[in-house]
Design a binder for this molecule. Structure first.
Ligand code: ATP
Ligand code: TZP
Ligand code: MG
Ligand code: MG
Length: 269
C-alpha cells in the first residue's frame, strides 16, 4: 500500500459508484448519505426487516452502526448481515458507544458472534470494549487513548479474525499480522458529529471495490484524512460548521495529486 494505490482506489470508487447499504444511527444519517455521494459512492439506508436481506445482498458493502440502537434495528442488522455473509458482501461494523452501556457492549458482542464481520472501526475505547477489555468511554466519545493502540488493534484483529481500524489523532489499521499507521486528519473532525460514522461508511465504499480489506480500510482512512486537512486549511479561522461543508466538498474534489502529496501512511510489519 502506497499513495499511488490509495489514489487508484479512490478513482475506482468514483468509477464504480458502489452501492453502500447503511443501517446507521438517526444522528448521522443525512451526513453519511451526503458524504458517500460526495466521495462517489451510492448510499442507501434501509431498515425494515421485510427488505434488509434483499438490499444487503445486492450492495457492495453493508455498514452496521449501533449509534442509536434498539431491538428492532438490531434484529434488522442481523438479518442484513446474514444475507451479506451468504452473498460475499463485506460487513463493516461501527460499535458506537460500546462500553458506555451494557446494552451496547452486549449487542456488539452479539453482532460479532452471529455475523462474519470484515472490518470493525471505532475509537480506542470502543475497540477495547469490543475486545472484552474494560475501557472508559463517555457516551459515544473516547475519553482518551489508553494503552498501546497498535497492540490493541493487532490483538483484537487476531482475536476476532477481522480487520480492525482504531481512529484518533493517528489511526491504526491491522489484520493481526500487517499493521498500518495513518497520520492524516484534523482535530476539527472531532467537532463534527458523525465524522467517525461517515468514515466507517467510507471504508465500506472502499471495501466494495477492493478485496484486500486491510488495504481498502487503510486507503479509506488516509483519503478521508487528507480531505479533512485540505478542508481545514481552506476554512482556517472559521469553525466546525464551515469546515463540515468544505469537508463534503473536499471528498468530492480530492485529487490523485493531493493524495500523492499529502497521504501519510506507514506500514509497521
Ligand atoms: P469519537 O467519538 O471518540 O470522536 P469517532 O467515532 O467520532 O470517535 P474519530 O476517532 O474521531 O471517530 O475519527 C474520525 C476521524 O477523525 C478519523 O479520520 C480520525 O483520523 C480523525 N481524528 C480524530 N481525532 C483527531 C485529531 N485529534 N487529529 C486529527 N484527526 C483526528
Ligand atoms: N449519539 C448517538 S450516535 C451519535 C451521537 C452523538 C453520533 C456519533 O458519531 P461519531 O461519528 O461517533 O462522532
Ligand atoms: Mg466523533
Ligand atoms: Mg464513533
Amino acid at each position: 500500500m502506497n499513495n499511488t494505490k490509495i489514489a487508484a482506489l479512490l478513482h475506482r470508487v468514483r468509477e464504480t459508484n458502489p452501492l453502500v447499504h447503511n443501517i446507521t444511527n438517526v444522528v448521522v444519517t443525512n451526513f453519511t448519505a451526503n458524504g458517500l455521494l460526495s466521495l462517489g459512492a451510492s448510499p442507501v439506508m434501509a431498515y425494515a426487516a421485510e427488505e434488509v436481506a434483499d438490499m444487503a445482498k445486492i450492495a457492495g458493502a453493508l455498514v452496521l452502526n449501533i449509534g442509536t440502537l434498539n431491538e428492532t434495528e438490531v434484529n434488522a442488522m442481523l438479518l442484513a448481515g446474514k444475507a451479506a455473509n451468504q452473498h460475499g458482501v463485506p460487513v463493516i461494523f461501527d460499535p458506537v458507544g460500546a462500553g458506555a452501556t451494557n446494552y451496547r457492549t452486549d449487542t456488539s458482542a452479539k453482532i460479532i458472534r452471529e455475523l462474519a464481520v470484515s472490518v470493525i472501526r471505532g475509537n480506542a475505547a470502543e475497540i477495547a470494549n469490543v475486545a472484552g477489555e474494560k475501557s472508559e468511554i463517555k457516551g459515544v466519545d473516547a475519553v482518551q487513548a489508553q494503552g498501546n493502540v497498535v497492540e490493541l488493534a493487532q490483538s483484537t484483529a487476531k482475536k476476532l479474525n477481522t480487520v480492525v481500524v482504531i481512529t484518533g489523532k493517528d489511526d491504526v489499521i491491522s489484520d493481526g499480522s500487517t499493521t498500518y499507521i495513518v497520520r492524516n486528519g484534523h482535530a476539527l473532525l472531532t467537532k463534527v458529529t458523525g465524522a467517525g460514522c461517515l468514515l466507517t461508511s467510507v471504508i465500506g465504499a472502499f471495501a466494495a471495490v477492493e478485496h484486500n480489506l486491510l488495504e481498502a480500510s487503510a486507503a479509506a482512512v488516509s483519503a478521508y484524512g487528507v480531505a479533512a486537512e485540505i478542508a481545514a486549511a481552506k476554512t482556517a479561522g472559521s469553525g466546525p460548521g464551515t469546515f463540515q461543508i468544505e469537508f463534503l466538498n473536499e471528498l468530492f474534489l480530492l485529487s490523485s495529486n493531493e493524495i500523492e502529496q499529502y497521504s501519510r501512511i506507514e506500514k509497521l510489519g
